[in-house]
Design a protein around this ligand. Structure first.
Ligand code: HEM
Length: 291
């Protein structure tokens, strides 16, 4: 073989290796994203059933004051408007957790576009109710953790309303690439509400509750007032960008590893929280209605 044909063989092999790497990197991204969506959905669905079972069940059974077992002053008949706002936010939050992942599955979007559109409208409306209901409660009664928590949760509510509006308006304008990006951001935010509980649960298990104080005044409490949605938004941004630009293999595999790690954390934390908290409360709330 002469030098020219040797060079050609090397070039062909190199491009084969390149293609294989590219396929691996796309497969890793796809599998890790699907796993994360699935883990989030199962976990979010358990949280949603807990919300509907415990909060919905208690109020329907005439024991609305049981809401305060979860956090003090959630239910107060004297300030019924704030109570109604947080109640509406609970139910809308439950809907968000159940519907969000369905919207993200490409096969559903491709094969059932009308279904996707209707679910999208319900989703955006629920995000508006969850965000505005939460904001109404903060303005009317304030959070249990005081001004810093008001700010952290206030920004969270404002971002949720913004992402819902942007996802909807970009879809209406036919700008689907942008619509998808805003929908992913919105999903990352809705995930935050249950991650917040799970991160607390996991922290308790691992450290015994260092930095957590009554009235949410500890240093861990202060971090958590923002930490439950900022990292999710960063993961979402990294995912949006890794699909948008042709990133290097290392960056894409890094994103996939991050998505796998996030799934492992969700599975661990969900198991923990369901066994200790959501499960028993959900059963007692449903029992209120049937008694
Ligand atoms: C998927 C969306 C959401 C779900 C599922 C959800 C769920 C819940 C639940 C179950 C509680 C009761 C406390 C507990 O059991 O831990 C709660 C409380 C609360 N949520 Fe949400 N939430 C969501 C979104 C939001 C948003 C966007 C805001 C922003 C304004 C917000 C603000 C609040 C506030 C202020 C409280 C009461 C905290 C206190 O008493 O100090 N939530 N939420």
């Amino acid at each position: 073989m002469n030098t020219d044909s040797n060079a050609t063989v090397i070039r062909v092999r190199m491009s084969d290796v390149g293609r294989k790497l590219e396929t691996t990197q796309h497969a890793a991204l796809r599998v890790s994203a699907r796993l994360l969506i699935l883990a989030s959905w199962i976990s979010g669905a358990i949280f949603a059933v807990y919300i509907i079972g415990f909060f919905g069940g208690s109020v329907m059974g005439g024991s609305g004051e049981r809401w305060n077992e979860s956090l003090p002053d959630l239910y107060d008949e004297r300030t019924w408007l704030s109570t109604a706002a947080i109640g509406a936010h609970f139910m809308a939050g439950g809907v968000l957790l159940l519907l969000g992942p369905v919207q993200l599955f490409e096969s559903v979007r491709r094969n059932f576009p009308v279904f996707h559109r209707w679910l999208g409208r319900i989703y955006v409306l629920s995000a508006g109710f969850a965000g505005l209901g939460g904001l109404g409660f903060i303005l009317g009664r304030g959070t249990v953790g005081g001004p810093l928590m008001d700010v952290g949760f206030g920004i969270y509510g404002a971002l949720m309303v913004l992402c819902a509006l942007m996802a909807y308006s970009r879809a209406r304008a036919g700008r689907y690439r942008e619509h998808r990006a805003w929908a992913i951001r919105l999903f990352a935010l809705t995930v935050g509400s249950w991650l917040y509980r799970m991160e607390y649960g996991a922290w308790h298990v691992v450290t015994g509750g260092i930095g957590i104080e009554r009235g949410f005044t500890g240093w861990f409490d202060a971090i958590m007032m923002f930490f439950f949605y900022v990292p999710n938004l960063l993961v979402a941004e990294s995912f949006i960008r890794s699909r948008r630009q042709e990133h290097g293999t290392v960056a894409s595999l890094g994103t996939a590893a991050m998505l796998f790690a996030a799934s492992a954390f969700i599975i661990f934390a969900t198991w923990n929280f369901t066994a200790r908290n959501w499960g028993p409360r959900m059963i007692s709330g449903i029992a209120e209605v049937s008694l």
